[in-house]
Write a protein that binds this ligand. Structure first.
Ligand SMILES: [Cu+2]
Length: 67
C-alpha cells in the first residue's frame, strides 16, 4: 500500500537522506521518497511485511518526528 508520512525536524538535504534511507531499510518497503520542502515521505510498502508504525518508528529512530 501507499502512504504519506509527515516528518518534522528535517533542516537540510542530509536530514532528508537520513530519513529516506531509514525508511528504505525497513523490511517490506518497496519505495520511499522524502521531500524536504513538503516535510513528508511517500512510501510504498507491503502491508504483510511492514506496518505503518514500523515506518514511523524508523523515522523517529533516525532523529525526526513522524505523524
Ligand atoms: Cu540536516
Amino acid at each position: 500500500m501507499k502512504t504519506i508520512i509527515k516528518i518534522k525536524g528535517m533542516t537540510c538535504g542530509g536530514c532528508r537522506l537520513s530519513a529516506e534511507n531509514a525508511l528504505k531499510r525497513v523490511p517490506g518497503v518497496n519505495f520511499a521518497e522524502v521531500s524536504l520542502e513538503r516535510a513528508e515521505a511517500s512510501v510504498e510498502f507491503d502491508e504483510n511485511k511492514a506496518a505503518l508504525k514500523d515506518l514511523k518508528a524508523a523515522v523517529v529512530k533516525a532523529g525526526f518526528s513522524a505523524e
